[in-house]
Ligand binder design. Sequence first.
Ligand code: ASP
Length: 301
Amino acid sequence: MANNLLSINDLSKKDILDVIEFSNNFIDDEGNFRKENLFPDKIVANVFCEPSTRTKSSFAIAANNLGCSVIDFDIDNSSVQKGESIFETVDALNLMGVDLCVLRHPESVIRELAECLPKMVFINAGEGSISHPTQALLDIKTIIDHKENLDGLNIVIVGDLDHSRVTSSFVEGVSNFDLGSLIFCGHPEMCTKYQNPKIGKYESHLESALENADVVMALRIQYERFEKELNLDLETYKSEYQLSSEKLGSAKGDAIVMHPGPVNYVEITEAVYDSENSVIRQQVANGVAIRMAVLSRFLGS
Ligand code: ASP
């Protein structure tokens, strides 16, 4: 395994399955996270240069559960606001003895940082619209929890795919498996990168895409990443692409519904979010276990 987790492509299929299996050790029979004092001498810095709820908190909780000291780096009150670059900022943390940096950044800076600071371990917690490897790991774990295996599954991803780092890392991760099918669906202007994908296919009609689906992942519109104003009629959008109970009726009865959060109830109805098919809240919990496994692997190597 590489020294850093910059992309899901840094992991082989075996690595992915090992991390997922390892993560299961951190959840007890009642679903609580085990607290293990495995790394009392390690310092982890959470450096988030974009908003986050689940990823940031779950990395902090995971690091605390492993006995690490955690620095919840507050970018808004840091010298970045005085014009300092991310390079000097992270180097300063490195000089102060931080062992591992969990980084979320709107731009692709993590590779260069990892090259410049080889003593520090870097874990990518979201790189612009490019990648989000730990999300892919927790998504794959959630699917395995419910379906045992990814082989043969029909998976549909619907929403604003062009801006979705969740989609790109998920696709890289699941390309290790022998899926039944992988269908990309959404407004054509939000799926330009997925019209002729390397794996899977694009289908503009959601009900057709959902036929026989085992796994459905819905994604919000990432307004913050659009370069020009989005002139969208939300009601038309919802009628075509919102995952409703009626549309979900085309999928298999035991299909699972996933969403990385935050949920806006444009891309999915509250009824589907709350339905028996929804595993969205389990994804959140799996995020802690996966991040405990990832931190253990990369702090221990
Ligand atoms: N939380 C996910 C991300 O950070 C998805 C989203 O923001 O819509 O990419």
